[in-house]
Write a protein that binds this ligand. Structure first.
Ligand code: KG4
Ligand code: ZN
Length: 368
């Protein structure tokens, strides 16, 4: 029988610097979040319409100590009172990951606490265990600015990828669309707002890869199709009206939602072929899960497939350190857990080591 432990988590793999304190019993579902501090960087990257890695890394290095102090303060604890420190050691923007790992190594060396390296995607994938005490296995759709994949979560270190994007992540496509239409950053909420007044049927955008079996997805062609329509209107009328922009956003959003819905339907089928679970659950994580239309469509698919739909609170769906602390805590229950293991920052670190690398994963191998 494992004892209750308290973990300090640190996250810095993209554009959020975060620290959190989480308590729970390794191996058992359901944790207590004593604090969760997130310092976003949207204002630093807004002018560029996307995350600039060097700016992000410097901001993480400047902010991580402050976040850790705040997280301990809110939890009412001193560093000496936590049982271990968990840090995201990949995958992600390497400068940012290194900022977090170096800070965590310093804290661990100074306090004598064990240090646990956590896969950022495992943090997202295990969040439903933290928030809802979900039992394994369950299906997870991760849809963020950097990632898009269906994962069968079978254990704290057992992940089976059922499919994923072969190019852009949906959030990235929303951000690029917003940039093409001179909307703000991050693009998702801006595109969603503009789409409210738009006619989703005016432009016929493609539904990439629906003609191909399986759960893989592609979103970069959608953004190119949108650019083409934009350029055509601009050539015709020397500019876009507010209505043109709204219609483009609505058409784009519906295409993304349709693709995610159909691929989720297939992922539910593939999951049940593998597990035949009596009460299957599909959980979502990532910033794109905040989109109302996408969420409604996913919920409808889940219902139709006999799955319970679970969306953790948005603050735990997007990048945060509570999920990293929790994933570290889950690792402590694994038979091969080694508190002395060397922690190395990794830009690429696929969750499912056995899955074939996705197209576009680069010559260094699969990113995630
Ligand atoms: O999970 P997240 O906060 O960060 C990572 O990418 O790791 O996700 C951010 C992404 C951005 O690309 C943002 O444009 C997108 O999520 N996003 C949305 C919405 N809110 C955020 N996309 C569509 N609709 C939204 N309402
Ligand atoms: Zn993330």
């Amino acid at each position: 029988m494992q004892q209750t432990v308290t973990i300090l988590g640190i996250e810095s793999s993209c554009d959020d610097t975060a620290a959190a304190v989480v308590r729970g019993v390794p191996g058992a579902g359901g944790g207590e979040i004593l604090s969760s501090v997130v310092a976003g960087q949207n204002e630093l990257h807004a002018a560029f319409g996307g995350v600039v890695p060097e700016i992000a890394a410097r901001a993480h290095a400047e902010r991580v100590d402050v976040c850790v102090e705040q997280a301990l303060d809110v939890a009412g604890m001193r560093l000496g009172e936590v049982d271990a420190i968990a840090v995201t050691s990949g995958p992600g923007l390497i400068g940012g990951v290194m900022s977090g790992v170096m800070a965590a190594k310093g804290l661990a060396a100074g306090s004598g606490k064990p240090l646990i390296g956590v896969n950022h995607l495992a943090g997202h994938a295990l969040t439903p265990r933290l928030t809802d005490g979900l039992d394994f296995p369950y299906l997870m759709l991760l849809v963020s600015g950097g990632h898009c994949q269906f994962i069968a979560v079978e254990g704290a270190d057992r992940f089976h990828r059922l499919g994923g994007t072969i190019d852009d992540a949906p959030g990235e496509a929303f951000d690029k669309t917003a940039k093409l239409l001179a909307l703000g950053y991050p693009g998702g909420p801006e595109v969603e707002r503009a789409a409210l007044d738009g006619d989703p049927q005016r432009f016929k955008f493609p539904r990439p890869l629906l003609d191909r079996p399986g759960c893989d997805m592609s979103f970069s062609g959608l953004k190119t199709a949108l650019r083409r329509e934009r350029d055509r209107i601009v050539a015709e009328k020397s500019g876009l009206t507010v209505q043109d922009r709204a219609d483009l956003c609505a058409g784009f959003q519906l295409a993304v939602a349709d693709v995610l819905a159909e691929k989720s339907r297939r992922a539910c089928g593939a999951f049940q072929e593998r597990f035949n679970a009596p009460a299957p659950v599909i959980a979502v994580a990532g910033g794109v899960a905040a989109n109302t239309l996408i969420r409604e469509k996913l919920e409808a698919v889940a219902g139709e497939q006999g799955f319970r739909f679970l969306a953790p609170p948005l603050a735990l769906c997007t990048d945060n350190a509570a999920m990293i602390a929790w994933a570290g805590l889950e690792q402590m229950a694994l038979p091969d857990f080694d508190p002395q293991a060397e922690i190395v920052a990794r830009p690429r670190w696929p969750l499912d080591k056995s899955a074939a690398p996705m197209l576009g994963s680069g010559k260094k191998g699969a990113k995630a």
